[in-house]
Design a protein around this ligand. Structure first.
Ligand code: SF4
Length: 355
């Protein structure tokens, strides 16, 4: 049976065209909920690659994403944020924990049910060039997902392709061209269009601009902002760049070596970051408000390996506030107003910053 949902949603979006991009308010309803999520990978180590070790890529992560919000996930490369995105989309299976999508536990889904989920949830990758098939024209790239998921065919399909093409800022004359004929920014527009034709509710944006020229990054971010507002999309935005996360997100989660160490509304995190790692990240982001000051910390040492993470607080070997208690694991606790932090000494840090 052919679904007409994309058409309906595009029409609904057209009716809202007068809304200011980015004005859409997130509802209180949860679209995604993650409970005790873990993902461990086995990897070979040693000179002859004979030693098998577990990589603790994601280790007991809990959070939710409201319908219509942009949830930003930030952290250094290898902290597990991309793995979280892939787990939510069912692209990899968790070692433990639960993932709820609109109230349904995805960890209980079989392959066919996960395939159907991909109609409702898509992903934009960091490198558009490698995410697009070089042998497919733009037209094939946009029509293939609709054919696979039986979204539309014939004239209806062509109508959706043309509309989506316009939404992402491309023209009908681009339809017969191949990915190599486009700039990086245009390739990312094609990749966005490929997700949009499926009429998704949820999109994972995995470093969507980090492979692009600085001059086009803002255009792609603005486009993603506009589409989110226009199509009521819910985003999980993954980036190592807190500037981008801060610009786009409603709430922000900070990850460090497989753990969520802090989570709060954007404004709250800007003004009152409690975890030393978050404070360091904000310390290197330019401050827009001259009334605000930030007391950052100087980060020393290397990011520890997720193969053999430090016991207790994983940040303790680098933390300037570390005390003996930090060799025990801090709880990820709600300090009020939906602000969560995993730090034994957050009260001390909070008092220091208010002096
Ligand atoms: Fe630093 Fe200790 Fe807090 Fe970890 S628990 S961030 S080591 S003060």
């Amino acid at each position: 049976m052919i679904s007409e949902v994309p058409e309906a949603k595009i029409k609904e979006a057209e009716a809202k065209e007068t809304a200011t991009p980015g004005e859409a308010k997130a509802s209180e309803e949860k679209l995604i909920e993650i409970k005790g999520l873990k993902k461990y990978f086995l990897t070979k180590r040693g000179i002859f690659a004979r030693e098998m070790k577990w990589v603790h890529a994601v280790d007991d992560v809990n959070f939710y994403i409201r319908k219509g919000e942009v949830f930003g996930l930030v952290g250094e490369s290898g902290c597990g944020k991309t793995t979280v995105g892939k787990l939510i989309l069912g692209l990899i299976r968790p070692t433990a924990g639960e993932i709820y999508f609109d109230g349904h536990n995805l960890t209980e889904y079989n392959v066919e049910e996960l395939r159907k989920l991909r109609k409702r949830a898509g992903i934009i990758y960091q490198h558009p060039q490698s995410s697009l098939n070089p042998r497919m024209t733009v037209h094939t790239t946009l029509s293939r997902p609709m054919e696979i998921h039986k979204i539309a065919e014939g004239g209806k399909k062509e109508e959706i392709i043309l509309r989506v093409l316009g939404e992402v800022g491309l023209k009908p004359q681009h339809l017969d061209r191949y990915p190599h004929e486009f700039s990086g920014g245009q390739q990312q527009r094609i990749a966005i269009g490929r997700v949009l034709v499926l009429n998704p509710e949820f999109v994972v944006l995995d470093e969507p601009t980090s492979a692009l020229d600085v001059s086009v990054q803002a255009h792609i971010l603005n486009l993603l902002n506009e589409l989110q507002s226009k199509f009521d999309l819910t985003y999980l935005l993954i980036s190592h760049d807190l500037g981008i996360i801060d610009h786009m997100s409603d709430r922000i989660g900070v990850m460090y070596v497989g753990k969520m160490v802090e989570l709060a509304d954007k404004e709250e995190l800007r003004k009152n970051a409690l975890h030393p790692y978050t404070r360091l990240l904000f310390a290197v982001v330019p401050i827009v408000d001259p009334e605000q000051t930030r007391k950052g910390v100087v980060l020393k040492g290397e990011v520890p390996s997720a193969i053999n993470p430090p016991p207790g607080c994983r940040f303790h070997p680098r933390c300037p506030y570390a005390k003996p208690i930090c060799k025990t694991e801090p709880k990820f606790e709600d300090v009020g107003g939906g602000h969560y932090v995993a730090c034994h000494l957050w009260r001390t840090i909070s008092k220091e910053s208010s002096r």
